[in-house]
Design a protein around this ligand. Structure first.
Ligand SMILES: NC(=O)c1ccc[n+]([C@@H]2O[C@H](COP(=O)([O-])OP(=O)(O)OC[C@H]3O[C@@H](n4cnc5c(N)ncnc54)[C@H](O)[C@@H]3O)[C@@H](O)[C@H]2O)c1
Length: 325
């Protein structure tokens, strides 16, 4: 890299992972401008409020489904971190059309606009749901199964598009398959809230956390700082072998839902017992990542373990509750 500062576009920067990434980018001296493109469909202005007075920050309210908006958002930009998407397996089962339009159509717009605007590199938020029904554990990047939900189809399709754009247009990319990211700015007050925000909120309100299934379902829960680190490594790596690859982004730690409840009991000193409801469709039973590829090629090193991250997340939900009371 030359001494020139890099201008970065973060799509979905008003969302959970995107806003944490923007915070890290603005603190990094290699960065010039950080522009966010977000249509606020699942993001919050509150998440970018801390940056609004920063002269290196710009917010463009707009939709990745509009190609001209994507082109305009990439003007004077060097690299893109594409986080915008409609997450949630249940949402995609309820409304597969919109999930497809945003996650696939929007991503193709971003990739094509990146070609047209001669962007150096696009980092894409992919998903561990791409492993689908593959039984192997831990999950290794080149062994995927059949997707189990429309959301998983959309993310697997994005991976194929990124690879095809590399082959046909020479666009450089790095794909990050996130495994159940959690932490500050991940909302609990959202119809498609994830399990850790819901459990934290239940503990804050002295309610029993609700587990779908027996609680032995396991995940490789990943504190958001680790996902941000993966994005920073991907944006700045000068290892040519690291480009045009897909990586697992996780902790490499297998945690069941019952473990999360136990950790929260230890963190809070509250003896709340979970209640169990019927298992949901579309969810995989176990998920655990092999993170050797991202360690080797990008020098990724997850700094925050699950229990430590859960403590930080719980503190954030506590302060969030106070602010909104
Ligand atoms: N959170 C996780 O555990 C996880 C796991 C795997 C993959 N991912 C992927 O990581 C990315 C970020 O996830 P997140 O958890 O921060 O989700 P999020 O919903 O908090 O953030 C996504 C952001 O994208 C924006 N957005 C949605 N549709 C848009 C559109 N049409 N145009 C412009 N902006 C739009 C939303 O308003 C939101 O701010 C997503 O691509 C998601 O699929 C997340």
């Amino acid at each position: 890299m030359t001494d020139q500062k890099e201008n970065i576009l973060v799509t979905g920067g008003c969302g959970f992972i995107g806003s944490n990434l923007v915070s890290a980018l603005l603190a990094d001296e290699r960065i010039g401008l950080v522009r966010v493109l977000d249509n606020l469909s699942n993001g919050y202005l509150e998440n970018i409020k801390p940056f609004q007075s920063n002269p290196n920050f710009e917010f463009l309210e707009g939709d990745i489904c509009d190609y001209n908006t994507c082109l305009a958002a990439m003007k004077d930009i060097h690299k893109v971190s594409h986080q915008a998407a409609l997450g949630s397996v249940p949402r995609s089962i309820k409304d597969p059309m919109t999930t497809d339009q945003v996650n696939v159509g929007g991503t193709v717009n971003i990739l094509h606009a990146a070609v047209e605007q001669k962007i150096d590199r696009v980092i894409l938020a992919f998903s561990s749901s791409t492993y689908g029904d593959h039984p192997g554990l831990p999950k290794v990047e080149d062994k995927i199964g059949n997707p189990l939900s429309p959301y998983a189809v959309s993310k697997a399709t994005d991976e194929m598009y990124a690879s095809v754009f590399q082959k046909t247009y020479g666009l450089n990319y790095i794909g990050l398959r996130y495994f159940n990211v959690f932490g500050p700015n991940q909302r609990h007050d959202n119809p498609y809230a994830a399990v850790i925000p819901l459990f934290c909120q239940a503990f804050l309100e002295d309610r029993s956390p609700v587990i779908f299934g027996d609680g032995e379902t396991s995940r490789d829960f990943t504190y958001v700082d680790n996902a941000v680190q993966a994005n920073m490594k991907a944006l700045f790596t000068d290892n040519p072998d690291a480009l045009n690859q897909v990586y697992n982004v996780a902790c490499g730690e297998r945690t069941t839902l019952l473990d999360i409840v136990r950790y929260l009991q230890e963190i809070t000193g509250k003896e709340l017992k979970p209640t169990h409801e019927k298992e949901r469709t579309g969810d995989v039973r176990h998920s655990l990542a092999d993170i050797s590829k991202i360690k080797d090629l990008l020098g990724y090193d997850p700094t925050m373990r699950v229990k430590e991250g859960l403590k930080k997340a719980y503190e954030w939900y506590g302060s969030f509750k106070l602010e909104t009371q």
